[in-house]
Design a binder for this molecule. Structure first.
Ligand code: GRF
Length: 198
């Protein structure tokens, strides 16, 4: 049976778009059944709407407590019978209760070569600024399982890109984004295969 994905977003959602496309052309044997956002008004939600996908906005602030936030998320996951959660630019920490309930079934993509350049505060443009400040010759993207710590769970797939002398955070981000579109669908397919084997 086809697996059911939920993609969690906070921003532009270009990885969401890529995952939807990869499901449609069978690179991933699954379909996106739910998009979860932690905020309204983002481009990713417009993309979900364009593809007629259900989306839900769940903000930890509006829930009042971490427990209530976790319960709201768990309820949705149950309602939509989600098999695998794919974080794609999701900026809120996944509550521990959700991590425990879906261990091995939550993945994230990070725009650097973990374990370096990850952790609290290292997201978006800040990652690329840090890579350039450290005068790295290479950067890349990493898909990993999500555990209780930021950007910490075991690595599923990683791919490198060169850092060029003339790079700015914007040009480096663009190069990294391109390989994210390659490795995220591959990694998701790999995880689903592993889950299917049990
Ligand atoms: C990506 O660079 C991803 O690695 C990071 O957030 C960014 C999301 O980009 N976690 P988009 O919203 O998919 O365009």
């Amino acid at each position: 049976m086809e697996s059911r994905l939920s993609v969690w977003v906070s921003g532009s959602g270009s990885n969401l778009e890529r995952i939807i496309q990869a499901c449609r052309n069978k690179e991933i044997p699954a379909s996106v059944v739910l998009v979860v956002s932690d905020r309204p008004g983002i481009l990713a939600l417009q993309r979900a709407e364009k593809h007629s996908l259900p989306s839900e906005i769940v903000s930890s602030k509006n829930c009042g407590s971490e427990g209530a936030y976790a319960r709201a998320l768990l309820e949705l996951l149950k309602k939509y019978r989600v098999d695998l959660i794919c974080l794609a630019g999701f900026l809120t920490k996944v509550p521990d209760e959700v991590v425990r309930a879906y261990r091995g079934r939550i993945v994230n993509i990070h725009p650097a070569l973990l374990p370096r350049f990850g952790g609290r505060g290292l997201y978006g443009q800040k990652v690329h600024e840090a890579v350039l400040a450290a005068k790295e010759k290479e950067s890349g993207a990493t898909v990993h399982y999500v555990d209780e710590q930021y950007d910490h769970g075991s690595i599923i797939l990683q791919k490198k890109v060169p850092v060029l002398p003339e790079d700015t955070p914007v040009t480096l981000a663009r190069r990294v984004h391109q390989i994210e579109y390659e490795i995220y669908p591959q990694a998701i397919a790999q995880v689903l295969e592993k889950l299917a084997r049990g």
